[in-house]
Design a protein around this ligand. Structure first.
Ligand code: THU
Length: 154
């Protein structure tokens, strides 16, 4: 946990992600969050991916009157990452208006894990408190393309 906005980045994150990059990603995620379409939940979420091509790709949740068609912020960020050919995500930052760092929902984790099972996920609260996870911590034993191996032909 930390207080990125006030005292800079401390702890484990500082070893490999610079405070500048973390702040850049958080700002991008906040900007995306401000464009969230969430009239049903009033729970805006923003996400920012940093890729191996040094690209920052953002997403926000996009809800629907048919509630189940809602797309989470992590998902829309991944979709943009693919469409824009932005590269492999290395870090994901997620921001919510929450008291505690907002961790991705289960489907968001699965969608992120598809593109990097070693993704680092940094979750922010509304005050800038954050918690860092690896994707393997968030989704141990993920179903992946290897899980499709070995099926019998029908
Ligand atoms: N939501 C996200 O976009 N990402 C998350 O990680 C958690 C939840 C959205 C989905 C829905 O629009 C709203 O937050 C309330 O669940």
């Amino acid at each position: 946990m930390g207080e990125a906005s006030r005292q800079g980045v401390t702890g484990r994150v500082a070893n490999t992600i610079s405070p500048d990059l973390l702040e850049r990603l958080r700002s991008a995620a906040l900007e995306a969050q401000s464009r969230s379409y969430s009239p049903y939940s009033n729970f805006p979420v923003g996400a920012a991916l940093w890729t191996d091509r040094d690209r920052v790709v953002t997403g926000c949740n996009v809800e629907n009157a048919s509630y189940g068609l809602t797309r989470c912020a992590e998902q829309t960020a991944i979709q943009r990452c693919v469409v824009e050919d932005a590269g492999k995500p290395l870090v994901a930052v997620v921001v919510g208006n929450t008291d505690r760092p907002l961790t991705p929902c289960g489907s968001g984790r699965q969608i992120l894990a598809e593109f990097n099972p070693d993704l680092r996920v940094i979750c922010f609260s509304r005050t800038g408190e954050f918690a860092e996870f690896t994707m393997r911590e968030l989704l141990p034993g993920a179903f992946d393309r290897d899980g499709l191996e070995g099926t019998e032909p029908q």
